[in-house]
Design a protein around this ligand. Structure first.
Ligand code: 9D3
Length: 246
């Protein structure tokens, strides 16, 4: 998959891409990520990418021309399937959207900066607007990196086979179960006995119960949409009883 990232902070974006799952996906050729410096598409000596808002008011607005030129240069090489603007007013990004985008051949991210982007870019040059949620960050680069990471880790071969198989089976709308490693007792805080007995069926049932209990307690929004089976309800009751007893 090819992903172009148009930004006025190319070093920030490059730095975020060098590590971990995304870094390995790039090194191994699974993802072809190209960082495009928006200033390379300006035509004035100051390499200006922003200007004052028409109608007045505070802050600066990203100019349309450099963005249009950068997009034209990318499209002349290969036509993208989607051109995404990171935008606080966009649809809130989610795992289903990440899954959908991971099936595309070529994405472009345009990272917004300053107080906003000229509305004509949103109306005529990009195909989708996405936000990462209802809080304010200083620009679109971190949101673009969040989305890119969520997409790239879904590409075939990006994760170890064991991890991806596990992810498939547990990406079902429940929170993760609690995890422990050695030592069995740390400062007197002990690992749950069920995880030490080697009974894998018991362990799987305990984990499922924990997932159900946590999701109901911590994420009523997810719980409302989840459709528990009769087995789920039994495991939930067990987990609840164990929690009340401890
Ligand atoms: C919503 C705040 N705006 C109020 C006048 C000003 C403003 C502040 C910071 C507008 C844009 C930004 C930069 N943020 C993004 O470009 C952004 C973002 C975000 O701040 N939160 C969640 N998702 C995103 S995607 C792009």
């Amino acid at each position: 998959m090819r992903i172009d990232v148009i930004t006025i902070l190319p070093e920030m974006v490059r730095g975020a891409l060098m590590h971990s799952v995304v870094g390995r996906a790039i090194s191994s050729g699974i993802a072809d990520v190209r960082v495009v410096d928006l200033r390379d598409y300006t035509e004035d000596s100051h390499r200006t990418t922003d200007d004052t808002p028409c109608g007045g008011g505070g802050g600066m607005v990203m100019k349309p021309e450099p963005i249009a030129r950068a997009l034209d240069a990318i499209a002349a090489d290969h036509r993208p399937d989607r051109v995404i603007l990171t935008d606080p007013q966009g649809e809130v990004f989610s795992q289903p959207i990440a899954r959908e985008l991971s099936a595309e051949e070529h994405l472009v991210f345009v990272c917004g900066r300053y107080e906003g982007v000229d509305e004509r870019v949103k109306e005529h040059l990009v195909t989708h607007l996405y936000s990462i949620g209802d809080y304010v960050v200083s620009g679109g680069e971190l949101p673009a990196m969040v989305m890119l990471d969520a997409i790239v880790r879904l590409l075939p071969g990006a994760l170890g086979n064991a991890v991806s198989a596990e992810q498939e089976s547990f990406s079902d709308g429940l929170l993760d179960y609690p995890q422990y490693t050695r030592p069995r007792s740390f400062r007197g805080w002990t690992v749950p006995e069920v995880l030490l007995n080697g009974n894998h069926a018991d362990i799987a049932r305990w984990r499922r119960g924990q997932q159900l209990l946590r999701t109901r307690e911590r994420r009523p929004d997810l719980w409302e949409r989840y459709r528990p089976s009769t087995e789920d309800m039994r495991l939930l009751a067990e987990a609840e009883a164990a929690a009340a007893a401890s």
